[in-house]
Design a protein around this ligand. Structure first.
Ligand SMILES: [Zn+2]
Length: 115
């Protein structure tokens, strides 16, 4: 995607910077979003799908968004389920360094004191 990216402060903690890909995106940092989606899944069907290592959620904003969508609407579309499975599989196979955009956010925290 050739969309311009920019950064905005997290709307919840007002501390961490968030990389924004779309104007409709809610600015929330990994830390806050992880807290927000850290809720039990009641539906056994989705529990099986969404019960993946926390590390994968930390690595992928996409996965966090899917889980958040589930928590909000209590279900997911077939497309969301398929995309979720695909990304989980990719993350498990991928070497760590190529995973984004969570990496960018972490870097941002370290650079904060220099600016
Ligand atoms: Zn935050």
């Amino acid at each position: 995607m050739a969309k311009p990216k920019f950064k905005q402060r997290c709307a919840l903690c007002k501390k961490n910077m968030v990389v924004i890909y779309s104007f409709r995106q809610f600015p929330i940092c990994t830390e806050c979003q992880m807290k927000r989606i850290d809720k039990p899944i009641k539906d056994p069907k989705y529990k099986k799908l969404l019960d993946i290592p926390q590390k994968l959620y930390e690595e992928s904003q996409f996965l966090r968004n899917i889980k958040e969508a589930y928590l909000r609407f209590d279900n997911l579309t077939a497309n969301q389920v398929a995309a979720f499975k695909k990304v989980v599989k990719e993350l498990k196979e991928k070497p760590k360094e190529t995973v984004e955009p969570a990496e960018t956010e972490k870097k941002e925290k370290k650079e904060k004191s220099t600016s």
